[in-house]
Design a protein around this ligand. Structure first.
Ligand code: PLP
Length: 395
């Protein structure tokens, strides 16, 4: 099996799994219990909080543990919405057309509850500009929205294209204007250096399974002093912002994954080299292929290290993915959630691709454990598969 779908999920690091095991066995206490078993678990949760905070330059008290990226996004958007509605009764969200479903569907739900949602379109390479956000803020202010009624949510990096957005510029702009800024950094945390203060973000979503941690756990960074209402009510954990028994093994695993990612950040260069080599091979050896997004990363058009999205003219991605799968290669047509919906990728449509073009695109995402031998083998198989499918279709 050659696994080239790290954006969907990445394998848990061995040290992550080892750190979690005792918390399913002899150290199984509830981290909210007052007795010794509970206190032990609580200590482990607080240590993990410090590691996670260190990964993004936050204070430990600004980390709220969640069940993953989806919940973090929901908490950020619903939390800001409910807070604004309680204070002034109005809310406007400015976001983009190529956010993950966890943001887009939440935005849709908020619209149903009376929020106004403004959606910005990325350019043909998959980038939003800070000017677009500025203009949208101007339009919202001219419609009478007060700054405390506005939330800007722009993803740090797109999950299908890997394009890194000008988050620092947007953050600084929002900070100066006194407007709340959320970024979905699920694909970026642990893969690129990221500091919440340098970026001026108020809310940031992340998910452990995208950076070598376990599935089903994540966190939301909430800048000190940010007005946010809870999304889950109950026992009052996480200072009342996120009730529910702590997922202690998951949180501990995420803490170890955060530490490893921070220490191994420089190794991401190896991942981008593998990706670049694979891309060069495709462009050289397979005709009628196009890269979705910029062909190469540059300072103006930065990319995550492991993402590559390619379009093969005349090939249906669903057939190609099935054929690759039958030969032991895991890749995807878009996000794992989009695969379930079987619709053309909204991300690729948003950058101007036709339905047919979107349906002939495949996402390959690389990780630290991939090797050059694997990418060479994957390239050979990919070339064969594309040739076979084109022959079947065109003779
Ligand atoms: N946001 C982005 C950009 C993602 O890529 C994903 C998952 O692929 C999510 C949110 C959802 O995260 P989770 O799977 O942890 O719910």
């Amino acid at each position: 099996m050659i696994y080239l779908d790290h954006a969907a999920t990445s394998p848990a690091l061995p040290e992550v799994f080892a750190s979690m095991e005792p918390f399913y066995k002899e150290r199984f206490g509830n981290a909210s219990s007052a007795h010794a078993m509970g206190r032990q678990a609580r200590e482990a949760v607080e240590n993990a909080r410090k590691e996670v905070a260190a990964l993004i330059g936050a204070l430990p008290s600004e980390i709220v543990f969640t069940s993953g990226g989806t919940e973090s996004d929901n908490q950020a958007l619903f939390g800001a919405f409910h807070h604004a509605m309680e204070v002034t009764g109005r809310f406007c969200l400015i976001t983009t057309a190529f956010e993950h479903e966890a943001v887009l569907e939440t935005a849709h739900a908020l619209e149903g509850l009376g929020a106004e949602v403004m959606v910005l379109l990325p350019d043909s390479e998959g980038y939003i500009s800070s000017e677009q956000v500025w203009n949208a803020l101007g339009a919202a202010r001219s419609r009478g929205y007060l700054k405390e009624e506005l939330l800007v949510s722009v993803m740090f990096a797109n999950n299908e294209l890997g394009t890194i957005q000008p988050v620092r510029e947007i953050g600084e702009m929002c900070r100066k204007a006194g407007i709340l800024f959320h970024t979905d950094a699920v694909q970026a945390v642990g893969h690129v250096p990221l500091d919440v203060n340098a970026l001026s973000v108020d809310l940031l979503s992340a998910s452990a399974h995208k950076f070598g941690g376990p599935q089903g756990v994540g966190f939301l960074y909430v800048r000190q002093g940010t007005g946010l209402s809870p999304f889950l009510y109950g026992g009052g954990q996480e200072n009342g912002l996120r009730s529910g028994t702590y997922n202690t093994p998951g949180i501990v695993g995420m803490g170890v994954a955060a530490k490893c990612s921070r220490e191994r950040l420089s190794e991401q260069k190896k991942v981008s080299e593998l990706r670049d080599g694979f891309r060069a091979g495709i462009l050289q050896e397979i005709p009628d292929v196009h890269v979705n997004g910029p062909v190469c990363a540059s300072d103006e058009r930065p990319l995550l290290p492991g993402h590559l999205n390619v379009r093969f003219d005349g090939v249906e991605s669903s057939s190609l993915l099935l054929m690759l799968d039958s030969k032991g290669i895991c890749a995807s047509g878009g996000s794992a959630c989009a695969a379930m919906k079987e619709e053309p990728s909204h991300v690729l449509r948003s950058i101007g691709l036709s339905e047919e073009e979107a349906d002939s695109s495949v996402r390959f995402t690389f990780g630290l454990e991939n090797t050059k031998e694997e990418t060479d083998e994957a390239l050979r198989i990919l070339k064969d598969c594309v040739e076979t499918l084109r022959k079947l279709r065109f003779g």
